[in-house]
Ligand binder design. Structure first.
Ligand code: ZN
Length: 368
């Protein structure tokens, strides 16, 4: 049976939710532990609190994947009597590694906001706020005919040269490469001080900006020459667009009150807070998991009839009300939807490792 390290699991997570998608203020990735430990059992959680760590210990978990970062503000001290110190001590004592995918998982395609909007069956979806437009590059590499296929396959197998739903995309032109090895070289082909002519293939493929280093490493590893000839062009067309929050349409228009019921059913809530006329007809819905108060104006600008989010304060709700935008505050905890979806993603890609979801309810609020 193949073993996997935590690093392998991090790589799987980052294939889905690349780190560069996270906001600058965020603290994602490894929180505590070791990237090189063998992964025995994984648990996905929204938060890392003491009861969740106890659950991980009891379940024999040695990797926790969390949405909310365990470490956010720089620590001045690790006091074992504080709640955070206790958590850190327990994690270290039990060799449990914690990894966080936060705003990168909010923004990723199929991420938290897609999960939330899918739970409401929204269609014609767009981003509430665009955060990233991918820059694309054309990589052109000149390879002797004998090695062209292995370079092409290595690039494609590593997810480079993807266009839409097509992998291993490249264009190949046969031609002649010339070079003269000078003093101090150890050429793969040709002799020192003699101009060599070699049958080469010019391989052209498309890569994303964040994949440039990886692509060059792959080319170097699979190319026989000491000096690899390549060109890199920035392309005028953009790649994929990413954003935070979703704006979409309900299947059929419904009253605001009915939308509240829909939200309660979809996210297993007893109550929600709502502003605006409950008989108002709702067709366009904006949704953003977590604290979405910053994006009230964007929800209004995108033509949403209602904005579903969490952590709305009195004044923010009042602002929304005054601008004619209804708000449903469903609480921050609806983000727990990420537990099952993340576990399903991991299970699909590595069947050999058990991956469970935390059963601890980390919502601090109760309605009485
Ligand atoms: Zn959150």
């Amino acid at each position: 049976m193949t073993t996997r390290t935590h690093k392998d699991i991090f790589n799987l997570m980052e294939k889905w939710a690349p780190k560069h998608l996270a906001y600058d203020w965020d603290n994602i990735g490894l929180q505590i532990g070791s990237v090189n430990d063998e992964t025995k059992k994984i648990m996905v959680t929204l938060d890392v609190v003491e009861s969740v760590v106890d659950e991980a210990i009891e379940q024999g978990v040695n990797l926790i994947i969390a949405h909310h970062p365990l470490l956010f503000k720089p620590l001045q001290s690790i006091d074992y009597s504080s709640f955070q110190g206790k958590v850190i001590k327990k994690l270290i004592q039990h060799d449990i590694t914690v990894y966080a995918a936060h705003t990168n998982l909010d923004i990723a395609h199929g991420g938290v906001n897609d999960m939330l909007s899918d739970a409401l069956k929204l269609s014609n979806k767009n981003h509430l706020v665009t955060t990233h437009k991918e820059s694309l590059y054309k990589l052109v590499v000149y390879v002797p005919e004998t090695h062209a296929e292995s370079v092409r396959i290595a690039l494609g197998d590593n997810g480079l040269g993807h266009i839409g739903h097509y992998s291993h995309c490249s264009f190949n032109t046969n031609g002649t490469g010339t070079f003269k090895p000078l003093e101090g070289t150890d050429p793969f082909i040709g002799e020192k001080d003699k101009i060599a002519e070699v049958a080469e293939v010019k391989i052209e493929t498309v890569i994303k900006e964040q994949d440039i280093q990886q692509a060059l490493q792959i080319v170097e590893k699979n190319h026989p020459y000491e000096e690899v000839a390549y060109d890199l062009y920035h392309l005028a067309q953009d790649g994929e667009t990413y954003g935070i929050g979703i704006v979409g349409q309900l299947d059929t228009p419904a009253s605001l009150l009915d939308v509240c019921t829909l939200v309660k059913d979809a996210f297993h809530l007893d109550t929600v807070r709502v502003t605006g006329d409950q008989n108002k007809t709702i067709q366009k819905v904006a949704i953003l998991g977590g604290s979405g108060e910053k994006f009230i104006q964007q929800a209004k600008n995108k033509g949403a009839d209602v904005y579903i989010t969490g952590d709305m304060t009195f004044h923010q709700a009042q602002d929304a009300y005054e601008m004619g935008l209804s708000v449903i505050d469903a609480g921050h905890y609806i983000e727990e939807i990420m537990k099952q979806a993340t576990a399903d993603y991991i299970k699909q890609l590595c069947e050999e490792i058990e991956c469970i979801t935390s059963q601890v309810d980390t919502n601090p609020f109760r309605y009485v």
